[in-house]
Design a protein around this ligand. Structure first.
Ligand code: SF4
Length: 447
């Protein structure tokens, strides 16, 4: 295809035009793979002539709540690219950008009780995608004065995309200043490629001008068949990506969408082992509703209205997340044992130990006197070295014949939760309700 040669020549021209290092944003989807593949061919051609002097950063976003098949796929690709770059002596490195542990989905949802995100309270995108990307790119700009980002956007993707590409102000070299990061420029080498041209190029790995890190893209194509959605999710790394939640492979916990169609597609197409994830997301979707009984009736600032998930809800969420983790791992081994890439040591990890530690820290300040997060984790063989002793709990143990420690804790939580709120209005009512709910729960369990 002539367009391939033309694009590689354009890339060469851009590369040689200045000293700016390159950042290729890579989601593992077809368009970003297309740009990366073209870049790899171009770099090898320049390498032969000793002209590949600048560094290229291949950058991917990982929210740490990506669908397990997508997370694994992306990691495999990044490993292949790294090995390839080292074999071919290309000046290229791969970087996965994730939120800080204190900003992770589980720390905020289970630790602090943030209700699962909605369109109006979408607290996740900024923390899990935009902030890590902005920090990484800004650091690069500080180090190198300026950078050039290569995006896999195309006019043919949608009318909205066409309009946004047409609106861009380009400088003489066809670059656009990044909207939010000063001294970062954006270049879209395949903006005029059609869908068909992208797929044809990707189907012809063997006939390219240079070697590539992969033999084919069959697995990626099968993921496209299984999933659904608008396009690749690369928000922040790609300022023009479709709004978060509408992307082809979003986070598996995403409750911004009413139905997770990509997960649905996966479950119907050979990835049934992820069914427990689907059920957990449905639970988050229901529980975040203000009338679910799972949320506090006051906000953190004391005002009346749907507040965070109650401490009991958060304990249930952690318990059931770890159950889902265990069940999904078992399902994987049961269903995939004859698959060609089966790994008997594979474990689906949905939450990290460091997140559970931070959840416990948050619960401590909310009046959890039993180290409940550690106790729950230890039921699943996690964090076995963490102490579950607390001074208050130890003192109370002496009176456990006459004192219901669990009930004491439920009431104590109310006071701990409201310790920074000046008004006492409604506290007695809250305590009454908590006691009634507690005994109602015990009654239900007993019957
Ligand atoms: S895909 Fe959904 S959960 Fe993930 S960052 Fe976007 S809106 Fe949030």
């Amino acid at each position: 295809m002539e367009i391939i040669r033309e694009t590689i020549e354009d890339l060469k021209e851009q590369y040689l035009a200045d000293d700016r290092p390159w950042v290729v944003t890579y989601s593992g989807g077809k368009d970003s793979t297309c740009v990366l593949q073209l870049t790899l061919s171009m770099l090898q051609e320049l390498h032969v002539q000793g002209l590949d002097q600048k560094h290229t950063y291949v950058v991917s976003s990982d929210t740490t709540v990506e669908m397990p098949v997508i997370e694994k796929y992306l990691q495999t690709k990044l490993d292949e690219i790294t090995t390839f770059a080292s074999k071919t002596n290309l000046k290229l490195s791969c970087h996965k950008l994730s939120p800080k542990v204190e900003e992770s989905f589980w720390t905020l949802l289970i630790g602090k009780g943030y209700p699962a995100p909605t369109n109006t309270f979408r607290w996740c995108t900024e923390r899990m995608k935009i902030d890590p990307a902005t920090e990484f790119l800004s650091n690069l700009v500080n180090k190198h004065q300026s950078i050039l980002m290569l995006l896999g956007v195309r006019s043919a993707e949608s009318q909205a995309r066409q309009a946004s590409i047409a609106k861009r102000k380009l400088n003489q070299r066809g670059l656009t200043p990044h909207e939010h990061i000063p001294d970062a420029y954006v270049y879209s080498p395949i903006k005029h490629w059609s869908n068909e041209e992208v797929w044809t190029y990707l189907s012809n790995v063997k006939n390219q001008s240079t070697p590539l890190p992969w033999k084919d893209h069959n697995y990626m194509m099968s993921l496209y068949d299984k999933g659904s959605g608008e396009a690749d999710c690369n928000i922040a790394l790609n300022p023009e990506s479709p709004s978060c939640g509408k992307t082809r492979f979003g986070c598996w916990v995403c409750t911004v969408v009413e139905k997770d169609r990509s997960m649905e597609g996966m479950l119907h197409n050979g990835e049934e082992w992820m069914q427990p994830l689907w059920e957990y997301r449905e639970k988050l979707y229901e529980w975040r509703k203000p009338d679910s009984g799972k949320r506090d009736t006051r906000r953190r600032n004391g005002s009346f209205g749907p507040g965070p998930f109650l401490p009991q809800t958060r304990r249930e969420l952690l318990q059931s997340l770890l159950e889902v983790e265990q069940e999904t791992t078992q399902n994987y081994h049961h269903m995939k044992k004859d698959a060609p890439d089966y790994n008997p040591d594979e474990k689906v990890e949905l939450i990290k130990d460091e997140e559970i530690r931070l959840i416990q820290e948050n619960w401590d300040t909310d009046g959890d006197i039993q180290k409940s997060a550690f106790r729950i984790a230890q039921q699943f063989g996690r964090l076995m070295d963490e102490s579950v002793e607390t001074p208050l709990r130890n003192k109370l143990e002496k009176y456990s014949n006459t004192l219901n420690i669990d009930l004491f804790e439920r009431i104590y939580e109310i006071e701990a939760y409201r310790k920074n709120i000046s008004t006492r209005y409604g506290v007695i009512k809250d305590i009454e309700k908590r006691v009634v709910d507690f005994y109602a729960g015990e009654y239900r369990e007993a019957n």
